[in-house]
Ligand binder design. Structure first.
Ligand code: COA
Length: 323
């Protein structure tokens, strides 16, 4: 009998502090009009001093587990680019917080495509019969790797966490996942230093995101367009067969281009970019959680989740929703 992973619970958490475009106008040479027009972002949430990625992950995970009616899972995968420690992984720290013990727990690093990578890994564990349940989290304190004087990048990002619980089922569920990377583009969107290359800059808190915005924009639109075709073809579906797009929330113009490729009206696209900004690995599960809680997603809906990020990495998951 076929074996699928089904999403049986979602959760999301955003730090309390909100940073609006108007506040950014006071600290850097920008305007609310520029940010809104070019990105669709109006505000973002910023973690408090002493609030860390695992704290955000824990809050989102507790909600997802409660929604799923589970207190434990076989597997924990956390997608993050901003882990609390070099090691152990955020997934291990989270496992302990949740009082779950013994099963595998690990992080994946694929920046803004991280949640799709983590979801795909967990889906493969479940399909292979290695796990029956899994907690998949995207959690970031991206504000900590942003140079808040660099207007090219600081207006884009925010903090948050989203989580889903998967359970094995004999019906869909996740229909397919599609992962890609091309490391030749590493320098177009990166934090140029790390532990191995320059620990001092990491310790000094000066290892920041650098980005060639136009090139990233162009490649994101191209690769996500190709991904739409790939996901449809893999499932023998037409554009009109997808009910909802749940995109990575980097920029409203990138999202609009992908919706256009799907010939999907924007009212079928889950949008949180205005309120959340780009929360990297957290943005897709956060958007999914918002849509689920709003009651926008109905049984039988086909959802395309997709994301693009540093690496470059990109990927998607086609999901048939059953609550
Ligand atoms: N406020 C005001 N002006 C700004 C600004 C800001 N925050 N940031 C850049 N500018 C200026 C630039 O300096 C440039 O000025 P110039 O023409 O005098 O040189 C001008 O605005 C236009 O810059 P440009 O880079 O051409 O704008 P854009 O239309 O490409 O928009 C981004 C810039 C960053 C919004 C856009 O390229 C983008 O979204 N790229 C993808 C980024 C992304 O999603 N990254 C994460 C992927 S996971």
């Amino acid at each position: 009998m076929a074996r699928f992973s089904r999403i049986i619970g979602t959760g999301g958490y955003l730090p309390e502090k909100v940073l609006t475009n108007a506040e950014l106008e006071r600290s850097i040479d920008t305007t609310d009009a520029w940010i809104t027009e070019r990105t669709g972002i109006r505000q973002r949430h910023i973690a408090a001093e002493g609030e860390f990625t695992v704290d955000l992950a824990e809050a989102a995970s507790r909600q997802a587990l409660e929604a799923a009616g589970l207190s434990s899972v076989d597997l924990i995968v956390v997608a993050t680019t901003t882990p609390d420690r070099v090691f152990p992984s955020t997934a291990c720290l989270l496992q302990s917080r949740l009082d779950i013990h013994g099963g595998p727990a690990f992080d994946v690093q694929a920046v803004c495509a991280g949640f799709i990578y983590a979801l795909s890994v967990a889906d493969h564990f479940i399909k292979a019969g290695t796990a029956n349940t899994a907690l998949v989290v995207g959690a970031e304190t991206f504000s900590r790797i942003i140079d808040w004087t660099d207007r090219d990048t600081c207006v884009l990002f925010g903090d948050g966490a989203g989580a889903v619980v998967l359970r094995a089922d004999d019906g869909p569920g996740i229909l397919s996942t599609h992962l890609h990377a091309d490391g030749d583009y590493a320098d177009l969107l990166h934090v140029p230093k790390g532990v191995s290359t320059n620990l001092a800059s990491v310790q000094a808190g000066t290892a920041y995101v650098e980005m060639s915005g136009r090139e990233v924009f162009r490649m994101a639109v191209q690769k996500l367009g190709e991904l739409v075709d790939e996901a449809l073809q893999a499932n023998g579906l037409e554009r009109g067969d997808i009910d909802r797009l749940v995109p990575h929330q980097a920029n409203i113009r990138i999202i609009t281009a992908t919706a256009k490729k799907l010939r999907m009206p924007m009212d079928r696209v889950v949008l949180t970019v205005a309120e959340h900004g780009n929360t990297s690995a957290a943005s897709i599960p956060l958007a999914l959680d918002v849509a689920v809680k709003r009651g926008d997603i109905k049984d039988g809906d086909r959802l395309l989740l997709e994301g693009f990020g540093g690496g470059f990495t990109w990927g998607g998951a086609l999901v048939e929703w059953r609550s």
